[in-house]
Design a binder for this molecule. Structure first.
Ligand code: SF4
Ligand code: SF4
Length: 417
């Protein structure tokens, strides 16, 4: 058995505290969908006492948001997220990848192919999607596609990707910027806001053209081999740069490169690449901590007359431990109110929100209640995936009077030129 899995299994004292915090358990009320149940079930699977394929035991493997709320609350720091990831990888090792996941990996490993797929989708989007009437630009599909339901609000695809706009081969600058796929292909305006900010601050930057997806979507699905390919390519690229910091605009990608890349090479027991990954990790930072701690942003902000509340993305708060900086920025620039359960997962969880839309919406609905109770006009967050999920649920529940916005957009508005 994998050493870390064994440690997690051994460290669980079956106290059940995870049951009181897990958003999925709150809705499902069933032991296999909480950390303690995962530990028991998946350990038996990895020991070979039970077997299942992805299709036959999908729920046991995938009905977890990997939000790490259980890890944060566990008195013994049991790494449930690691258990789930390793179990998913074991299924792939034993039974191979389903076709759609093979296609997804191929796309993520080849930027040209990925660009082609997105650009084709942008060209043909009037045939399969329609714009919706909501404060933040959004689209609905005309027919359900790849498990994505018609009534789900998605961000429109950008006509020009972030990398097309700013990508370069320059390898010396103060900072390098890595947008992440959602900002590159859809929420380009959030990336534009960060570029405006660094221009106002006169920070010399580069956006390395050759960057690839960080691999998070396939890593969390257990495809460690293809993630390794992406990790090695990105690490080589980052090591070739002469920069002080590498600012990664999405918290999931930041935590993937800073925390999960070294973990991945530990899994493969590859010390050489683990060391390279750790060297890169020293320079990796999210944009909010970077602006707060390494620039003059906080001294140059004007007050905007708007009421805001903030949602903590799981990866920013729990993985990267960034909790105060977003709130300090919001208090400095807006009339800020803390909502109840601000750090409770929004229910997106990558493909979780596609595979288990009913559970995902129930989790998100609780968040909507807390947002509305805060009486804020603006729901602010720092992750595009959370922004997508919360824009969707606010629209579905006819709460379009609450606008969704990324903190970088607020900061850009508030920062004096
Ligand atoms: S909180 Fe930790 S120790 Fe307690 S049951 Fe859950 S995983 Fe086990
Ligand atoms: S990671 Fe989140 S969804 Fe998964 S078991 Fe833990 S608390 Fe529940």
């Amino acid at each position: 058995m994998d050493k870390r899995l064994y440690q997690a299994w051994e460290s669980c004292v079956k106290c059940g505290i995870c049951r009181s915090v897990c958003p999925v358990f709150k809705e499902e009320k069933s032991e296999p969908f909480v950390a303690r149940g995962h530990i028991t079930l998946l350990s038996e699977f990895i020991k070979g006492n039970i077997d299942f394929r992805e299709e036959t035991a999908k729920d046991y493997l995938y009905k977890c948001l990997l939000c790490t709320t259980c890890v944060e609350s566990c008195p013994n720091n049991s790494e449930t997220d690691t258990i789930v990831e390793i179990a998913r990888h074991e299924v792939i090792k034993r039974h191979g990848l389903p076709t759609y996941k093979k296609v997804m990996s191929k796309l993520l490993k080849n930027r040209k192919l990925m660009d082609f797929a997105f650009k084709s989708a942008t060209t043909f989007s009037p045939f399969f999607a329609r714009e919706i009437d909501s404060p933040r630009k959004g689209i609905n599909l005309k027919i359900s596609l790849s498990g994505i339901e018609k009534n789900r609000t998605l961000p429109p695809l950008s006509k020009k990707t972030f990398l097309d706009k700013y990508g370069s081969n320059k390898n010396k600058a103060k900072i390098a910027i890595f947008p992440g796929c959602l900002i590159n292909y859809t929420y380009t305006e959030i990336g534009d806001a960060f570029i405006d900010i660094v221009n106002k601050l006169k920070i010399d930057f580069t956006v390395p053209k050759k960057q690839l997806c960080c691999g998070a979507p396939i890593y969390f699905a257990g495809n460690f081999e293809d993630t390794r390919y992406l990790a090695e390519k990105n690490i080589e690229l980052f090591l070739s740069l002469d920069v002080e910091k590498i600012v990664i605009l999405e918290p999931t990608c930041t935590s993937m490169i800073k925390i999960d890349y070294p973990k991945l090479f530990m899994y493969f027991e590859d010390r050489k690449w683990e060391e390279k990954a750790r060297k890169v990790a020293e320079k990796i930072i999210d944009p909010i901590s970077y602006l707060y701690n390494f620039t003059s942003t906080k001294e140059r902000l004007k007050k905007l007359n708007i009421k805001t509340t903030y949602h903590d993305p799981c990866h920013l708060k729990r993985a990267l431990k960034v909790k105060n900086e977003p709130r300090l920025f919001l208090k400095a620039t807006t009339n800020y109110t803390e909502m109840k359960e601000a750090d409770r997962c929004c229910g997106n969880g990558g493909t979780f929100s596609i595979d288990y839309r009913d559970v995902s919406l129930k989790i998100a609905s609780r968040k909507v209640k807390n947002i509305v109770d805060s009486k804020a006009e603006y729901l602010v967050t720092t992750c595009s995936a959370c922004l997508m999920q919360l824009t969707d649920i606010l629209h579905l529940e006819n709460k379009d009077n609450v606008k969704t916005v990324h903190l970088l957009e607020i900061l850009n508005e508030a920062l004096e030129a």
